[in-house]
Structures are given as structure tokens and as C-alpha cells.
Design a protein. Structure first.
Length: 275
């Protein structure tokens, strides 16, 4: 047998990360942590001087990214009264789907009464010919709080790979008790649609999204927030209020550093917001 002509079949990597947080003695404790490679989590850290009860956990993808056919599954359970901040250690890279298989990621979140979860902003970077689909479902109590940020990159723009991926699908849902508060579904297929057309991305490369859900946003001035967000002429941004319970901010930008800076500023404004 000629071993040089024998194809090497790569096994799929199906990573799992399951975290459970509880409030004990006015302190959030990570009680359960199940991790399956390539997903890993740090121990709970207490870094927020403004909220010393909050537990911060860093999440790591040790393989460097998702290869065609790989699947990552996250399950986050934040129980009553717990306060959690989750921080991805790096951007999520989606490698080429030369075999035509999709890479995928599912995130299931449960947030109990008077609990809070903040999922820090990071970028999704689909390489040339990459195929990715992601689904996030959040179930939360009416008096819980949730903050989420994400960035979709055009690809490895520094290497000249701009909108050369095949498909990126995302589905984001937030359920408050039995009601669906947010249903946000996106599909980008550069080979089937011109993303630079009017009404889509136009001259921009990056899409930033942030969702903030809290029991009452009745005192938030959405018009003032939109005015404050308009800091740069070449960055398009708009904030929308949903049913007095959620705010969505979406950015279009061509400078990733500037976009992250703007999203971090908004992140800090939301984390300091009081009902």
C-alpha cells in the first residue's frame, strides 16, 4: 500500500462546555463545570470592584478554531441571584469547508430570577470557503438581566480575504418566561448576494451587535442614546427599544479597532445602567 496516496481522515471535534452558577452568601460560585476538548473554562474570578459578587470566567477554544464538520455546544445555567460575566479569550475562527460540511455552534442559556449574565463581545472570523451556522437561545426570568455582544468579520481582511466565505447563518432568541422577546436571524452568502449594495453593508466590512435586556427600560431615553452613539461619521450605528425591556444596538464599520472601542464604551454604559 502506498501510504502517501492514502487520504488522512480528520476526526470531528465536538466541544462541550457546561457551566452552572449559584448565589451563596451573596457571592456567585461556579458549582458545576463540565468541559470537553477543545472547549475549556477558567476558574471563577472576582474582578469587578463595582460588583464584587460577580463571577468572571474566561472561555477558551484550544484548537484554534472550527474546521468543517466541527460542532461546539455551550450550556450556561445562572441560577437565582447569581451574577456572571463570560469572556471569550479570543475570536472564533471558522476554517474553510473544503469538504462542504458546516461548522456549527449552539449556545443554550438559562438565567434565573434576579440573576444577571454578561457575555463579552468578540469576533467571528469566517475564512475563505467557510460555512458556519450558529444558534443561541436564552431563557430568562422577567426580573433577570442579560447583556450580549458579537462582531461578524468579513474574513481575514489583513490577508486580503474579504467576503470570500461561503455562508454564515445565525439565529438569536431571547425568551422571557413563555414569551419570545427577541428573534434575530441573519444570513450572509457573499456568493449569492452583493453585500456592498445599498441597504446592506454598503462600504462597511464589520457588523457589530449588542443586546441589553433588563426588567425595566422605561427611563432610558433611546433618542438621547442614539445621539450619543453618533460619534464618527464613517461608522453607522442605531439603537432600538423593544417593548420597554430590551435595547438592540447595531454598528456597521470598516475599522475593527474603532468598532471594538465603541462597543466597549456602550458595554460599560449598559453594565452601569440602573433600573
Amino acid at each position: 500500500m502506498n501510504w502517501q496516496q492514502t487520504p488522512i481522515k480528520r476526526l470531528k471535534h465536538n466541544g462541550s462546555l457546561s457551566l452552572k452558577f449559584v448565589n451563596r452568601g451573596n457571592k456567585t460560585i461556579l458549582t458545576d463545570c463540565y468541559q470537553s476538548p477543545p472547549l475549556r473554562a477558567s476558574r471563577a474570578l472576582y474582578l469587578n470592584s463595582a460588583n464584587p459578587t460577580e463571577a468572571t470566567v474566561y472561555m477558551v477554544e484550544t484548537s484554534g478554531g472550527l474546521v468543517a464538520g466541527d460542532h461546539n455546544n455551550f450550556k450556561i445555567d445562572v441560577q437565582e441571584g447569581a451574577n456572571v460575566c463570560l469572556i471569550p479569550q479570543s475570536a472564533t475562527k471558522i476554517y474553510p469547508a473544503f469538504n462542504g460540511r458546516w461548522s456549527s455552534q449552539n449556545i443554550d442559556v438559562t438565567i434565573g430570577s434576579k440573576a444577571s449574565l454578561a457575555w463579552k463581545t468578540e469576533a467571528l472570523i469566517p475564512f475563505e470557503k467557510a460555512k458556519f451556522r450558529g444558534k443561541t437561545i436564552v431563557h430568562m426570568a422577567q426580573d433577570a438581566r442579560f447583556l450580549w455582544g458579537e462582531i461578524l468579520s468579513p474574513g481575514r481582511d489583513k490577508s486580503g480575504e474579504i467576503f470570500q466565505y461561503s455562508d454564515v447563518k445565525s439565529n438569536f432568541q431571547v425568551w422571557m418566561e413563555e414569551s419570545c422577546l427577541i428573534y434575530d436571524s441573519l444570513l450572509f452568502s457573499p456568493g449569492h448576494m452583493y453585500l456592498g449594495q445599498f441597504g446592506l453593508l454598503e462600504e462597511h466590512l464589520y457588523v457589530g451587535s449588542m443586546w441589553f435586556v433588563t426588567p425595566s427600560l422605561q427611563h432610558m431615553d433611546i433618542r438621547k442614546l442614539n445621539e450619543e452613539l453618533q460619534r464618527f461619521a464613517h461608522v453607522k450605528v442605531c439603537a432600538s427599544l423593544l417593548d420597554g425591556k430590551a435595547v438592540n444596538v447595531r454598528w456597521l464599520a470598516s475599522d475593527l479597532v474603532l468598532l471594538k472601542q465603541e462597543m466597549n464604551n456602550t458595554w460599560h454604559e449598559f453594565t452601569s445602567y440602573r433600573d
